[in-house]
Design a binder for this molecule. Structure first.
Ligand code: NDP
Length: 299
């Protein structure tokens, strides 16, 4: 079997186009422009690239982008004062603080300070609880992106056996909750799971969110399964030791021979994360204004 390659780049472009259409309608019919505020503390080069990319894509879909760049020695009080100001600003519908932050700041305290209705990263404890209890929540962007790809590929997920490898608060746990909401039978595997290969082989849907390059070989995949590779790992290039290469958590070539469909790295899950951030900002804006949520762009 040779798997269908799931084109996350094209799908993310489609999600952004749908968001742009909704934004255009909101502006025209309701006079509302959704706004996303991104806060960056310090000068971490990778974070600067992410923030720039988020700002560019926000503007491209017609939303307002508010960037707040603070020095690395910003105190918690000053950061919280900015977050409070953004919480109270009606032009801001989504707030995101780019992580990691410098060591003297607490990521969990920062997330707790953000108004849950504007928590477009879906990391606030209230959104985690709402997701787990089946209420309207902001779903974290990367797992939401995986869910959209799976629904597009498979249609209904009901009754499917899903295995999520990884139990982080950012990816693994919310991914499992989203699959459960879509009526999958879900197993969460982690570093203490016994005979991980046997567990993975049971999966109609296999999501790898581990952070270990190519650790899932082809013979862990059930024939015809859909494999979603969340991992982003930089390794030495096999043909040129002076270069590096991005790979996922699954052995792509080996798994593609067995799976029914598979996401590549890069170009699979990665592009979906920012697209879902924009979708969440649109959802937050609609909810804040008592308007219908955009269909197909929420969990
Ligand atoms: P974490 O390090 O927070 O979590 C990794 C998880 O993998 C843990 O639950 C850990 O188990 C589990 N694990 C580690 N080793 C093994 C093993 N040998 N067997 C089974 N399970 C194992 O990572 P994240 O969830 O934040 O990220 C996972 C990957 O996804 C990374 O490569 C990251 O770069 C990528 N990522 C990609 C995004 C995107 O936009 N595409 C966004 C976010 C992350 P335990 O809990 O027992 O330690």
């Amino acid at each position: 079997m040779t798997a269908t390659i799931i084109d996350g780049k094209a799908f993310a472009a489609d999600v952004r186009a749908q968001v742009a259409t909704h934004v255009g309608r909101l502006k025209q019919e309701n006079g509302i422009t959704p706004g996303l505020a991104v806060v960056l503390v310090g000068e971490d080069p990778a974070s600067q690239v992410y923030v720039r990319s988020k700002g560019k894509q926000t503007v491209e879909v017609g939303m307002n982008s508010f960037e707040h760049k603070l020095p690395a020695d910003t105190s918690a009080e000053d950061l919280y004062a900015l977050i409070d100001q953004l919480n109270n600003d009606p032009a801001v519908h989504g707030i995101l603080c780019q992580f990691p932050v410098p060591d003297h700041l607490s990521e969990s305290d920062i997330v707790a300070r953000i108004d849950p209705a504007k928590d477009v990263d879906g990391l606030h404890i209230l959104n985690i609880g709402r997701l787990a209890s089946g209420q309207d929540a902001m779903a974290p962007c990367t797992p939401l992106g995986c869910l959209m790809l799976l629904r597009d590929q498979l249609g209904s997920l009901s009754g499917k056996s899903a295995v999520v490898v990884g139990r982080s608060n950012l990816v693994g746990k919310p991914m499992a909750q989203l699959l459960l909401r879509d009526s999958c039978t879900v197993t969460i595997a982690h570093s203490r799971t016994k005979d991980l290969g046997a567990v993975c082989r049971e999966a109609d849907i296999l999501v790898a969110a581990v952070g270990r390059p190519q650790m899932i070989p082809g013979d862990w995949v059930k024939p015809g399964a859909t494999v979603i590779d969340v991992g982003i790992n930089r390794i030495q290039h096999p043909e040129n030791p002076e270069k590096t290469k991005l790979v996922g958590d699954v052995d792509f070539a080996g798994c593609a021979e067995v799976a029914g469909a598979i996401t590549p790295v890069p170009g699979g899950v990665g592009p979906m994360t920012i697209a879902c951030l924009l979708a969440n900002t649109l959802t937050a804006c609609c909810r804040a204004n008592g308007l219908a949520e955009p269909e197909g762009l929420t969990a």
